[in-house]
Design a binder for this molecule. Structure first.
Ligand code: HGY
Ligand code: MN
Ligand code: MN
Length: 417
């Protein structure tokens, strides 16, 4: 049995500097007026994907891209009869995002795989590192790349459009990807998917714990609500004669927020986007579109509360004399992580000399989709101040490396006989 690894041995080979270099370099690709913004099927995304492919090759991985643009690095195993041990995360960002969310799992996976190949040679199980595209939903619906790999990307997803009316299929085809439903090849050859990720919340930092072993990943419901009112003059239209789409949207949002708060527990509710038309200071809005994001790790509570919100929105709209369209964007069930992989990750943390604790993920991850086709496990590292999805997102290099070390030891235990 190969000797286990530890943080000093990874550190001694210069991987901490390399990890920081990779994160810094990726953090420069896709800067915009709102900060880092790297969306799928854009020149910036392709540039970042190319950088990751180059780094994968430098670590001895064979590299390919699939039909939706996921970049897959592979170390061939000695035994073709056993399944793949995969790791990775997403390479896209939210608008104004940070340089660790997703990226740490991609470049940390590359470093872990490269370190294992260099120090332990060819594994029994093939090892893959996957840089998923379109996880964030900042251009199209979320989890594009991992949905594709899990065979869950349907016609509706492929035809979904961005704010300019460009569909996933058109955007992918323009870059030479051949994205069609017929080509969906559900991966059936992956035994385990391990994702390294920043926690994006305050728990580990507050506990002073360097490693979180995820027990479950929250479920998500996202929808776009469009309120239809009537354009009127702001000065001459009496208040009781208006069908004010924006004011009605505010009333609906407040009612949904109250609904969720009354339900208690771990449920969270967010309105992240709102847009009113025609958008003039002296015109009553005829249309107001906003998004909702509802999450809870309990599937029955999540679905029950989602239906209750829909009903509440309709009641509020009727009282305000406006009409609403409620269009679902994303439905993802909560996922319990594999007990075996939780134990493997906890054992790996112990082996490398790091404390760890169980944690529920309030963020969604590609592991949610990969759970359709493989056992999934996640390892978290702390987020400074619990901040994420913002330029303040930060995790010190040594804490990032600790996560890479646990990942590498877990992959070693799974992939090497
Ligand atoms: O929304 C999420 O939780 C993830 O960052 N996509
Ligand atoms: Mn994110
Ligand atoms: Mn993420």
């Amino acid at each position: 049995m190969n000797k286990s690894i530890d943080v000093p041995s990874i550190k001694s080979q210069g991987y901490e500097q390399l990890l920081s270099y990779y994160l810094e370099e990726l953090g420069k690709v896709g800067t915009s007026e709102v900060g880092l913004c790297r969306r799928p099927f854009t020149a910036d995304y392709e540039k970042a994907a190319q950088m990751v492919a180059t780094w994968m090759r430098e670590h001895g991985l064979e590299v390919r891209k699939d039909e939706v643009g996921n970049v897959i690095g592979r170390i061939e195993g000695t035994n073709s009869q056993v399944k793949v041990i995969a790791t990775g995360s997403h390479l896209d960002t939210v608008r104004g995002g940070g340089k660790y969310d997703g990226m740490l799992g991609v470049v940390g996976g590359v470093i872990a795989a490269g370190y294992l190949l260099k120090n332990y040679g060819q594994p029994e199980h093939s090892i893959e590192v996957i840089a998923f595209t379109g996880e964030e939903g900042s251009r199209f619906g979320g989890f594009l790349g991992s949905k594709w790999m899990a065979g869950a990307l349907g016609e509706k997803d492929i035809n979904s459009k961005d704010e300019k009316g460009i569909s996933v299929k058109e955007a992918a085809t323009a870059l030479g990807y051949n994205l069609s439903e017929e080509l969906i090849a559900v991966r059936k050859d992956i035994e385990a998917f391990l994702e390294l990720h920043i926690e994006q919340g305050p728990v580990l930092e507050a506990a002073g714990c360097p490693i979180g072993i995820v027990s479950a990943i929250t479920g998500m419901r996202q929808a776009e609500v469009i309120v239809h009112g009537r354009t009127d003059h702001a000065g001459t239209t009496p208040l009781n004669m208006r069908q004010d789409a924006l004011l009605s949207a505010v009333k609906i949002i407040k009612a949904l927020d109250a609904c969720v708060r009354q339900s208690g527990g771990d449920t969270v509710f967010t309105v992240g986007q709102i847009d009113a038309n025609p958008g003039s200071v002296n015109v009553v809005a005829e249309r107001c579109a906003f998004t909702i994001d509802l999450r809870d790790p309990d599937p029955s509570k999540l679905s029950g509360l989602y239906e209750k919100c829909l009903e509440e929105a309709r009641t509020q709209a009727a009282q305000a004399g406006v009409k609403i369209d409620w269009q679902e964007i994303l439905t993802v069930e909560p996922v319990p992580c594999s007990v075996r992989l939780r134990e493997t990750l906890a054992a790996a943390a112990k082996t490398v000399g790091l404390d760890c604790q169980p944690i529920v993920s309030g963020a969604g991850h590609d592991a949610l989709m990969m759970a359709e086709i493989a056992a999934v496990g996640m390892v978290f590292v702390p987020s400074a101040g619990g901040r994420s999805h913002c330029s303040e997102e930060y995790t010190p290099a040594d804490q990032c490396l600790a996560g890479v070390c646990v990942l590498a030891e877990a992959v070693r235990q799974l992939a090497y006989n």
